[in-house]
Design a protein around this ligand. Structure first.
Ligand code: GRF
Length: 200
C-alpha cells in the first residue's frame, strides 16, 4: 500500500476527493499525513475530522531552502512514497523536488501549458479560450511545467465568470486527481522523456 502525503493551504476539496476515493476502495493507498503551511487552512480541519494525522509547517518568512529541508525531513520521517500537492500555495525548490524525483504530483486548473501560475481561470476568461480544464502533472523544478499525467477539458461559456468557470473545472479536478494517483500507485505508467506512457 503506497503512503501518501497531502500538502494543502486552503479549503482542501481535492484532498477530500482523494480521501473519499480511498475510503470507497478505489485507490490502493493510504494518507499518512496532511501537511499545511497555514495553521488556518480549512483543509486541515477536514483532515482532522477524518482522523488523519496533520502537521503545520509555517512558511511565513522562512527561506525556501530551509522550508524545503523541514518538509523533506517530515515526509521522509513518515516514509511517504508519493507527495500530492492539493492547493499548496508555496513554490517548492530544487532541494524538495530532488528528494522525491517523479514522486510529487500537482493539480492545476487549466489545460497546461496554457495559463500556468496564479488565477488560471481568470487568465482563461481574459484570453477568450472556448475550452479550459485541469491538468494533473508531475512536479519538476519549474512552475506547473512537469510531465502531464491526465487532463480534462470543460467548455468556457459566454455567461461564465471566474467563479462559475472555476466550479465547472473543480468538478473535473475531483474526478481526475484520484484517477491520476491511481495510475501511479498501480504502476500503470512510465516516463519517456517528458511523455507519460502506459506500461500495459
Ligand atoms: C484547485 O483549483 C487546484 O487546481 C489548485 O488549487 C485549488 C485547490 O482547491 N491547485 P482545493 O483546496 O482542493 O479545494
Amino acid at each position: 500500500m503506497k503512503r501518501l502525503a497531502i500538502l494543502l493551504s486552503g479549503r482542501g476539496s481535492n484532498f477530500e476527493a482523494i480521501a473519499d476515493s480511498i475510503k470507497r476502495g478505489r485507490l490502493p493507498a493510504r494518507i499518512e499525513v496532511v501537511v499545511s503551511n497555514l495553521a488556518s487552512a480549512p483543509g486541515l480541519d477536514k483532515a482532522r475530522r477524518r482522523g488523519l494525522k496533520t502537521l503545520v509547517i509555517p512558511s511565513r518568512g522562512v527561506p525556501r531552502e530551509d522550508y524545503d529541508r523541514s518538509l523533506v525531513y517530515e515526509l521522509k520521517r513518515h516514509r511517504v512514497d508519493l507527495v500530492c500537492l492539493a492547493g499548496f500555495m508555496r513554490i517548492l525548490g530544487p532541494l524538495f523536488v530532488r528528494a522525491f524525483p517523479n514522486r510529487i504530483l500537482n493539480i492545476h486548473p487549466s489545460l497546461l501549458p496554457a495559463f500556468p501560475g496564479l488565477n488560471s481561470q481568470r487568465q482563461a476568461l481574459e484570453y477568450g479560450v472556448q475550452f479550459s480544464g485541469c491538468t494533473v502533472h508531475l512536479v519538476d523544478e519549474g512552475v506547473d511545467s512537469g510531465p502531464i499525467l491526465l487532463q480534462a477539458a470543460v467548455p468556457v461559456l459566454e455567461s461564465d465568470d471566474e467563479e462559475s468557470l472555476a466550479a465547472r473545472i473543480l468538478a473535473e479536478e475531483h474526478r481526475l486527481y484520484p484517477q491520476a494517483i491511481g495510475m501511479l500507485v498501480r504502476g500503470e505508467v512510465r516516463l519517456e522523456g517528458r511523455r507519460v506512457v502506459r506500461r500495459f
